[in-house]
Design a protein around this ligand. Structure first.
Ligand SMILES: [Fe+2]
Ligand SMILES: [Fe+2]
Length: 208
């Protein structure tokens, strides 16, 4: 009787041990969200580079440099999302950018709308799902992007106000981008180290 009890308790222990060792389930919804975010950031990066060129052609160098810095930041976000996808065993599909270049004023409005959607709707939703699925790497990548898009939105709103108000000379002439998280700083408000990811300022890329 004693032996039977011993064997059965041993078997229970083995079952508990192995059930604890089961691999974490794949964050299925987060993988789809990462793909969407990767595509969106890749597209935004290409679009802002084209908007920068248009702004330069139209004689708005301060707006051009803002678009160039934001383009770099979006490229970093896309790369971060891609790394998380790869870690989850998914190869991100190549993105064929689709966008229209209009006047700089219209391009700025498009950028404000795009950043507004990402910071108010898209990334908060993706973060809720990543939290539910315990997808911590995705949470970090989404948070870096969300916090940066809030700053981009604010920069674009200021640029639009300056364009409409004829005060373009009040805009920053240089920006810095953190290579790890994409955090974007205007020259007067650079943080050392980066307040999102602690990367030191000497690693930042300067745009002017
Ligand atoms: Fe952005
Ligand atoms: Fe950073």
């Amino acid at each position: 009787m004693k032996r039977v009890l011993l064997i059965s308790s041993l078997m229970v222990s083995i079952v508990i041990f192995f059930s604890g060792c089961q691999p974490t389930p794949k964050p299925v919804k987060t993988i789809e969200n990462l793909k969407v975010a990767f595509k969106g950031e890749s597209n935004a990066s290409a679009k802002y580079a084209a908007y920068a060129q248009k702004a330069r052609e139209e004689g708005f160098p301060a707006i051009a440099v803002l678009f160039t810095a934001a383009s770099e930041a979006e490229k970093i976000h896309a790369g971060n999302h891609a790394k998380v996808l790869e870690k989850l065993g998914v190869k991100p599909e190549e993105v064929k950018p689709e966008f229209q270049v209009l006047t700089t004023k219209e391009n700025l409005q498009d950028a404000i709308t795009g950043e507004g959607y990402e910071m108010e709707t898209m990334y908060p939703g993706f973060l809720t799902v990543a939290e539910e699925e315990k997808a911590n790497d995705a949470k970090t990548s989404f948070t870096f992007a969300l916090d940066t898009e809030k700053k981009h939105h604010s920069f674009y709103v200021s640029a639009m106000a300056a364009l409409e108000g004829g005060t373009l000379s009040s805009l920053p002439v240089a920006y810095y981008v953190c290579p790890k998280c994409g955090n974007t700083f205007d020259e007067a408000n650079v943080k050392d180290p980066c307040d999102f990811c602690q990367t030191p300022k000497d690693k930042f890329k300067k745009f002017m």
